[in-house]
Write a protein that binds this ligand. Structure first.
Ligand SMILES: Nc1ncnc2c1ncn2[C@@H]1O[C@H](COP(=O)(O)OP(=O)(O)OP(=O)(O)O)[C@@H](O)[C@H]1O
Length: 232
């Protein structure tokens, strides 16, 4: 099922009249992972903001082919100082319910929380403090917090950047497993070609010369800046 269609999308900034891009066409189907790639400053974050309804397009349209409003989950880039609060991981993840801290969750919410913690491989450390967790564990807690809301679309905004190789693949394995077992589509902004090639179904490449959309096997990585691949 089609979830989102970008038709002839164009974005121009009002102050300097510069077009970031025009004539961008793409689509996202249910259970697909779409990689949004392109060099620094090409406008990936700006397109994500438009998809999240935080800014208008200058031309074209984003059609949400979904019966109800799309629920969008968002996982930001990892920084050393994220998750620096003295909360247990389960309490942190449960904050998404917007009902305060445990144990005031409904029984169904507690069961759902346990399910999501398990899916994110956090069950064993659910009662550890998040500020003492490793970077990979913290980032999986942010992912779990986004998944608690049962999103239709999960946006990973350079979510594996600043993680070591083990942690970044562990995070993406959780995403892929969740996608395989729930009704979830993913838009992943990434400069990491190993991650992009391994996990995406389709790609949307933004560049000043135009946009390209297609199956990931067709991505010509020479069109991207060097440094995207980890040679370790
Ligand atoms: N409101 C604005 N007015 C003018 N220019 C802007 C505005 N917002 C962003 N830009 C410019 O648009 C360009 C695209 O920014 P954006 O953050 O979307 O790129 P990006 O592809 O996500 O980059 P990166 O990979 O570095 O995160 C940048 O050159 C930025 O300075």
């Amino acid at each position: 099922m089609r979830i989102l269609t970008g038709k002839d999308v164009g974005i121009q900034f009002a102050d300097n009249k510069r077009w970031l891009y025009r004539h961008v066409d793409f689509h996202l189907d249910s259970s697909q992972i779409l990689a949004l790639v392109g060099d620094n400053g090409v406008g990936k974050t700006t397109l994500i903001r438009a998809i999240m309804g935080q800014r208008a397009l200058t031309e074209g349209e984003l059609v949400r082919d979904h019966a109800q409003d799309l629920r969008i989950g968002y996982v930001p880039q990892y920084h050393d100082d994220i998750g620096a609060f003295p909360l247990h991981i389960a309490d942190f993840v449960g904050l998404s319910y917007d009902r305060g801290l445990l144990p005031w969750l409904r029984r169904s919410e507690k069961e759902h929380l346990e399910h999501v913690l398990n899916e994110a491989n956090l069950t064993e450390i659910a009662n550890e403090r998040i500020d003492r967790a490793s970077g990979g564990e913290k980032q999986r807690a942010f992912l779990a917090q986004a998944m608690i809301q049962d999103p239709d679309v999960l946006i990973l905004d350079e979510a594996t950047a600043n993680l070591d190789n083990v942690a970044k693949f562990a995070l993406m394995d959780v995403v892929k497993h969740y996608r395989d077992h729930h009704d979830l589509s993913v838009i992943m902004v990434s400069h990491d070609l190993d991650i992009v090639e391994r996990y995406s179904d389709n790609y949307l490449l933004l560049s000043p010369d135009g946009a390209e959309f297609g199956p990931i096997a067709d991505l010509d990585t020479s069109k991207l800046e060097e440094g995207g691949r980890d040679h370790v």
